[in-house]
Design a binder for this molecule. Structure first.
Ligand SMILES: [Zn+2]
Length: 388
């Protein structure tokens, strides 16, 4: 029996297009782990400029955090990274294979056309991402089909069926991955579209970006049409891409990850007090009326929940177009260092948009934390302190 974990191994705050993620799959069998696309890796987070390059980082909006790597998330799941024996990749773009180096003994499975394009040295790839010289297994064109689509069978484990499904265009040899899971199938389409909206909205602004990034725009459109037809004809099969957050969330809230986020409610003040006490943040918790006022007048409150338990909160005041003061960021101690703070900051940034400066005062013990979350330290701030 195979278990599928959905991991977000990439954080992009795009200058023009908001937030994007890297939806990787981790297949867990009794004996081994198989990763489908690898997100950013440990080396990328340690040396972004050297590994990815400042121009690409600024153009795309990559964020770097060790906790986002597949390696770190596999450890957090209580699994052994040494058991990752195979990585299946949709294509070889930098944001999909940075993590491969964290699993140096894993065989990399990739479409033949894609690997040949990489070897020819296309400018879109970063050659050093395969400097660890993994064993590479390529898959060429075949007459086998899955649901009417060409399907290149990957035989790694007997417990399930895995196919590379050619969806060319984004890159020369870009493939999706079809995976038999329980009674049905998952169809992961990689970067065949960036946002689900591309399937239904032919005028969506993200088309322009997708077209610009495509090796073959016409083939990209053909692949998009294949997916459009597939979605209509196979309503029971879950189809999802790499970068679309809205497709990731339903998977993680149905049990594979314990945390869900809400932007539409302010919790009960008793819950807030309990969270503040359990997080270590210093706020007037013995003055419930004042705390209630703090929440009554805050206009951006984002909460993180494990089941019915409040485990994290971000409380901010903003005009949504110029400035935002993030006053309180608190995560329950037992949930700290699991990416909840980062997610709360990301969601705050998403809500305020990129016209808005996000400002905060750090607690002394968190001054090393915020630079890692993308904050810049300023030396021109002034304040008149509250006297009570
Ligand atoms: Zn991508």
């Amino acid at each position: 029996m195979v278990k599928v974990h959905h991991l977000n191994c990439l954080e992009i705050q795009s200058p023009g297009n908001g937030r994007a993620i890297g939806h990787c799959l981790l297949l867990e069998t009794k004996s081994r782990l198989i990763l489908i696309d690898a997100g950013i890796g440990l080396l990328d987070t340690k040396n972004p400029d050297g590994r990815i390059g400042r121009n690409l980082i600024n153009a795309v909006g990559f964020q770097f955090n060790e906790k986002r790597t597949a390696l770190s998330q596999i450890k957090d799941l209580g699994l052994d990274p040494e058991k990752v024996t195979d990585c299946v990749v949709s294509h070889l773009d930098p944001d999909h294979i940075g993590g491969l180096a964290d699993f140096p003994n894993a065989t990399v499975h990739v479409g033949l056309e894609e690997y040949e394009h990489f070897q020819r040295g296309s400018h879109r790839y970063l050659q050093h991402q395969l400097d660890h010289r993994p064993r590479i297994k390529t898959y060429a064109s075949t007459s086998e089909t899955w649901r009417g689509l060409e399907a290149r069978r990957i035989t790694i484990v007997s417990e399930t069926d895995i196919y590379l499904i050619p969806l060319f265009g984004h890159t020369v040899g870009h493939c999706g991955v079809a995976l038999k899971y329980k009674a049905n199938w998952l169809f992961y389409v990689g970067d065949a579209y960036y946002l689900r909206a591309e399937l239904s909205d032919r005028e969506h602004p993200v088309h322009a970006l997708a077209e610009m990034r495509a090796d073959d725009p016409q083939m990209r459109m053909e692949s998009l049409n294949i997916i459009r037809r597939f979605v209509i004809n196979n309503p029971q099969t879950k189809v999802f891409s790499y970068h679309d957050l809205s497709e990731f969330t339903p998977f993680v809230s149905d049990g594979t990850s314990k945390i869900h986020y809400r932007t539409d409610l302010k919790p009960d003040i008793k819950e807030v007090i309990e969270l503040y006490q359990s997080s270590g943040i210093k706020r007037p918790v013995d003055d419930a009326a004042r705390l209630a006022n703090m929440y009554a007048h805050a206009n951006l409150v984002i909460t993180a929940w494990a089941g019915n338990t409040l485990v994290g909160i971000a409380r901010a005041l903003t005009d949504f177009c110029y400035c935002c003061y993030l006053s309180d960021l608190a995560v329950r101690r037992s949930y700290q260092r699991s990416g909840i703070g980062q997610e709360l900051i990301s969601l705050t940034r998403e809500r305020i948009g990129n016209q808005t400066t996000l400002i905060l005062l750090s607690a002394p013990e968190a001054v090393d934390y915020y630079p890692k979350m993308g904050f810049e330290k300023i030396d021109n701030g002034f304040m008149i302190r509250r006297s009570k």
